[in-house]
Design a protein around this ligand. Structure first.
Ligand SMILES: Nc1ncnc2c1ncn2[C@@H]1O[C@H](COP(=O)(O)OP(=O)(O)O)[C@@H](O)[C@H]1O
Ligand SMILES: [Mg+2]
Length: 228
């Protein structure tokens, strides 16, 4: 379970990245975080990774207050989390399967090859295991990033605009892939500025604007307009 309780983060005077925001995400939920550029989506995800600490308020993951400055188990926390960011953070010099192996080594996984191949099969690029990232299309690179995030049983998946750099058809395929990897024991937080994606999938949606959480909608027939 992930809980943000009255979290505020301010950079300059009057400019809030996140302002008094609270929400709870249960295990196994799929939640879209939607809002225009600058709304605070990335900031919110970085709190959960403990890359940022709030000025006020608390962030709790699986019962531990990770926003506590004295929290000592950041490494353990990050082992639970698969993060998919727009700039991929893929290692260009390593083959596709090696990129996943590196991340499994950190987890201390036993059957690295098997686990890595399972993840690649799930996202549909097992045949590219021995390719180098430069030989992949943008969509395949994003699949690799997703495979790496889920490999080894990480059960919190944070995706920051994973469809930001691909064409609409590929974008839709990636969204369908997220639907496929969503299982009862995998929590997904998916940040996007695309209202189309969110409207199509009918999942819970948290709407942000200028650092504020302005709506929290459960699955419904919404038709969101997030024009700033
Ligand atoms: N390191 C930083 N220093 C100063 N301002 C920042 C920093 N990171 C984010 N911000 C500001 O916080 C706000 C929210 O940013 P961000 O979380 O990246 O939004 P989003 O991901 O929704 O586009 C923006 O106004 C941004 O300029
Ligand atoms: Mg962002």
């Amino acid at each position: 379970m992930i809980i943000l309780d009255h979290v505020t983060k301010q950079y300059g005077a009057g400019s809030f990245s996140l302002q008094d925001s609270s929400f709870t995400v249960q295990d196994g939920e799929f939640v879209f975080i939607i809002g225009p550029s600058g709304a605070g989506k990335t900031t919110l995800l970085r709190f959960i990774l403990r890359e940022l600490l709030p000025d006020t308020g608390t962030v709790t993951v699986d019962g531990e207050v990770i926003s506590d400055p004295k929290f000592k188990k950041t490494e353990e926390l990050r082992k639970k989390i698969g993060a998919i960011f727009q700039n991929f953070k893929i290692i260009q010099e390593k083959r596709v399967i090696e990129n996943i192996a590196v991340s499994l080594e950190i987890l201390g996984t036993q059957n690295i090859h098997e686990e890595a191949m399972n993840a690649l099969s799930l996202v549909g690029i097992a045949d590219k295991a021995l390719f180098f990232p430069l030989q992949l299309s943008a969509g395949e690179l994003q699949r690799l990033a997703i495979a790496r995030a889920i490999a080894g049983g990480r059960n919190i998946i944070l995706a920051d605009e994973p469809t930001g750099n691909v064409d609409p058809v590929t974008s839709w395929e990636i969204v369908k892939l997220f639907k496929k990897i969503h299982t009862d024991n995998r929590t997904i937080l998916f940040a996007t500025h695309s209202a189309d994606i969110v409207n199509a999938l009918k999942k819970r949606v948290i709407v942000m604007k200028q650092g504020k959480l302005i709506k929290d909608l459960k699955k419904a027939g919404y038709n969101l307009d997030i024009t700033p």
